[in-house]
Design a protein around this ligand. Sequence first.
Ligand code: NAD
Ligand code: IPM
Ligand code: MN
Length: 326
Amino acid sequence: MKVAVLPGDGIGPEIMPAATRALTEVAPDLELVEAPFGAAAIRGSGTPLPDETLDVCKEARAVLKGPIGDPEFDAADVRPEQGVFLLRSELGVYANLRPSRNGTTDLLIVRELLGGIYYGERGTRDDGTVFDTCEYRPDQVERVARRAFELARRRSSRLTSIDKANVLETSRMWRKVVRGLAVDYPDVELQDMLVDNAAMQLARAPDQFDVLVADNMFGDILSDLAAAVTGGLGLAPSASLGDGAGGLFEPVHGSAPDISGLGRANPSALLRSTAMMLDLAFDRHDEARALEDAVDEAIASTPTADIGGSASTAEFADAVMDALAR
Ligand code: NAD
Ligand code: IPM
Ligand code: MN
């Protein structure tokens, strides 16, 4: 059983050791295979997702990915982010699960990951106009919405479908497809919500939500907001799943260039993504729970700066290992 480990850029290589140490402790039989990805890979071989890295990811049951991105490449033709889009589509992971919880809020954003404006045609016309297009096929909406209905069924059976149906054709189709599926899930209470209102409701009263399903772009934006109102980006994990076993597991946050190199990053989001991997890709529910509990303990005992403490990344990782050993 192999795990492809992609440390990534910025704080990625600083937080990944916390995850590989924990994995070696709770699942010592898993083989961890590290590979270059993102800006690090562009520097080494001119491309963010080298063929060898993609091969490692496809041969593995799961991919554990750190954040990528580097200001150096923001205006370049070849950018780290392009590797993320390619990796997600090559793995066929269309459903991106982004849970947020604290004492009162416990919600799950299911973000469509392989369509919409991220993958539409883009370019520049002769007159200088620049365009990005948002496109969806009904089957792309249906498969992610079914996943969201099924997840809602295993939680509090409430699903909020996010769109901008008062403006966008893709959203009107999205809403029609999701409503059409509701007959198959009579036990799930479905509501539609416009994305601007959803942002306001998430900021104002996040505990009203159980499961939310949104397109690629709306899900991207709302998941940072949901993270912010439940403790911050340093805590927010994600799991990206397709129809097969396995998947891609990565934090919601980015490479945090403003704090990279300082040893202060919070590894919780990556550790929680690792726990989701143990749970969803390897069916190791006890080990996943043990890791989640250890992270919760370290958050309480040894908080990093982003959550009001002063612990370093390494001190936090030590606290997780101590908790796992108890
Ligand atoms: P970011 O998520 O990297 O950072 C936003 C803010 O949150 C920063 O102040 C940062 O210090 C803080 N933060 C994020 N993660 C943290 C952690 N683990 N511990 C403590 N603080 C943390 O967003 P950004 O600055 O807009 O983007 C930086 C780069 O990351 C860009 O190149 C972007 O494309 C990339 N990015 C990559 C991914 C990914 O790989 N999936 C996700 C988001 C952004
Ligand atoms: C995320 C990130 C990525 C996205 C970027 C880095 C391409 O923001 O995973 O949320 O927009 O999907
Ligand atoms: Mn994002």
